[in-house]
Design a protein around this ligand. Structure first.
Ligand code: HEM
Length: 410
C-alpha cells in the first residue's frame, strides 16, 4: 500500500477518500457490500441494499438527537450548556420517526403548496451574476454557489435580508452536524454558536405571528393552528432552522460540485452549451455522479436480517448514497458523466418516508443556475487549486477559484 493510501476498507476521513471516494466505494461494493466498519457501524454500498434499507421502516433516524440530549443532561452539571442546541434540533424531520415525523412532515406539506419559484430564482441568479460579469477570476463558491440557495430559501420563508448574516452563520454551524462523526468538542462549539440564530429566528417567528405576510414562515404558523397540528413555538423555530439548513447546505454542494464536474468534462460541458434543452437530465446526472449528501444514517429498531447480515437492534448503519449512485448494477458505466443518461434513478434525494422534501426546489435552482451560467459565459476553467469540504458527508467545495470568459452583454 502506498503511503497516504487508506489502510481500512472504510476510511472516509483520509485525504484520498475526501479527494475521490469512488474507487474505495467500488472496493467495498465488490468485496464486502455490507461491511462491519472498525468504527462500529455497518457500511452499505450496493444500490439494491441502500434503496431497500432507505424504505425499510425497521431502520430509524434520530440517534444524533438522542445523543445530544443524553450529553446535554450529563454535561449540564459540568458547565456545558447544550440547551440551545437541543431546542434548535428538536423538530428536525431528519431526527424524528413515526408519528412525530408524520406530524412535522404534514405541516410542511400543508404550508408549502406554492411551487412558483422560477421568477424568484431567476432574479437571484441575475442579482449574483450581473455584478460578476467582466470579472476574469473569482471564487465561484463565495460569489455564487454559496449565496444563491440562501437567497432562495430566505425569500421563500420571508426572512428579512438584515437577518441573513446571522442565518448564514447558523447554517454553517449546523453543516458541521452533517458530519459522520461529531466530537464533544465540536458539539460544544456548535451549541455555542447556535444561540444567536435561535434568538433571531424566535424573534422572526414572533413577529410573523403578529404581522403575517405571504411567506412560508407565516403559512407554517397559520397551518399549525388552523389544521390542528399545534407544534409548540420552539418546534416551529427548529423546523425553520432545519428548512434553512436543508435547503442551503445540499444545494450549495450540488452547485459547486456540478460546476466543477462540468469543467472537468469539457466534452459534456460543450454538449450542454450546444444543447441547452439537456439541462433537466444534466442536473439529474450531476446529482448522481457526485451526490451532495454522501451518507444517510439509520439505526436498526429490531433484530433483523438483510442480505445475509444479522443486524441487532440498535446497530448503526451508514447507507452510502454516493456509492449506490455509482453501482454498475444500477447504472451502466457508472463512472462516466453522461448528461443525457436515461433512465437515471439515482438516490441523491434519498427514498422512503424521509425522502427529500425540497427535491423540486433543489432541481429547479440547479437547472436555472447552471443554464444561466453557461448562457452568460464562453468558457469556465479552474483557476487555482480548489478546496473541498472537509467532511465527505457533504461533498462539495469550500472554494473553487475559476477563470471565466463572459459573453458580451450576457
Ligand atoms: C440538490 C439539493 C438537495 C439534495 C441533494 C437533498 C438531499 C436530501 C436527502 C438525501 C435527504 C434524505 C436524507 C436521509 O434519508 O437521511 C433529504 C431530506 C430532506 N430535504 Fe433535501 N436535498 C436537497 C435540497 C433540499 C431543499 C431545497 C429543501 C427545502 C427545504 C430540502 C428539504 C429536505 C427536508 C425537509 C428533508 C427531510 C425529509 C424528512 O426527514 O422527512 N432539501 N434531502
Amino acid at each position: 500500500m502506498t503511503s497516504g493510501a487508506p489502510s481500512f476498507l472504510w476510511d472516509p476521513h483520509s485525504p484520498a477518500w475526501l479527494e475521490n471516494p469512488y474507487p474505495y466505494y467500488a472496493r467495498l461494493r465488490n468485496t464486502d457490500p455490507i461491511h462491519a466498519a472498525q468504527t462500529g457501524e455497518w457500511i452499505v454500498t450496493r444500490y439494491s441494499d441502500v434503496s431497500r434499507l432507505l424504505k425499510d421502516r425497521r431502520f430509524l433516524l434520530g440517534n444524533k438527537r438522542e445523543w445530544v440530549s443524553r450529553r446535554a443532561d450529563y454535561f449540564h452539571e459540568r458547565g456545558h450548556d447544550f440547551s440551545a442546541l437541543s431546542v434548535a434540533i428538536c423538530s428536525f424531520p431528519l431526527f424524528l420517526n413515526g408519528a412525530q415525523h408524520n406530524r412535522v412532515r404534514r405541516l410542511i406539506g400543508l404550508a408549502w403548496r406554492n411551487r412558483d419559484v422560477e421568477g424568484l430564482i431567476r432574479n437571484n441568479v441575475a442579482r449574483l451574476l450581473v455584478p460578476l460579469s467582466g470579472a476574469e477570476t473569482f471564487d465561484i463558491v463565495a460569489r455564487f454557489t454559496d449565496l444563491l440557495p440562501e437567497l432562495a430559501i430566505c425569500g421563500i420563508l420571508g426572512i428579512p435580508e438584515a437577518r441573513y448574516p446571522v442565518i448564514r452563520e447558523s447554517i454553517h454551524t449546523i453543516g458541521r452536524f452533517t458530519a459522520l462523526y461529531v466530537s464533544l468538542k465540536e458539539l460544544v462549539e456548535i451549541g455555542d454558536s447556535i444561540r444567536a440564530a435561535l434568538a433571531a429566528i424566535t424573534e422572526i417567528v414572533q413577529d410573523r405571528r403578529q404581522r403575517p405576510d405571504d411567506g412560508l414562515l407565516s403559512r407554517l404558523i397559520v397551518c399549525n393552528e388552523e389544521e390542528g397540528i399545534h407544534l409548540p413555538e420552539s418546534d416551529l423555530v427548529s423546523l425553520c432552522i432545519f428548512l434553512l439548513s436543508a435547503a442551503t447546505l445540499t444545494s450549495r454542494s450540488t452547485l459547486s460540485s456540478g460546476i466543477y464536474n462540468l469543467i472537468k468534462h469539457p466534452e459534456q460541458e460543450g454538449k450542454l452549451r450546444r444543447e441547452p434543452a439537456l439541462i433537466d437530465s444534466a442536473v439529474e446526472e450531476l446529482l448522481r455522479y457526485d451526490s451532495a449528501l454522501q451518507f444517510a444514517g439509520r439505526e436498526a429498531d429490531e433484530n433483523c436480517e438483510i442480505g445475509g447480515v444479522e443486524f441487532k437492534k440498535g446497530s448503526q448503519v451508514t447507507l452510502c448514497l454516493g456509492a449506490a449512485n455509482r453501482d454498475p448494477a444500477a447504472f451502466p458505466e457508472p463512472d462516466r458523466l453522461d448528461l443525457a443518461r436515461s433512465p437515471n434513478r439515482h438516490v441523491a434525494f434519498g427514498l422512503g418516508s424521509h425522502r427529500c422534501f425540497g427535491d423540486w426546489l433543489g432541481r429547479i435552482q440547479a437547472q436555472i443556475a447552471i443554464s444561466e451560467l453557461l448562457r452568460r459565459t464562453r468558457s469556465i476553467d479552474v483557476a487555482e487549486q480548489p478546496l473541498r469540504n472537509r467532511d465527505l458527508g457533504l461533498r462539495g467545495f469550500e472554494s473553487l477559484p475559476v477563470s471565466v470568459r463572459w459573453v458580451e452583454h450576457g
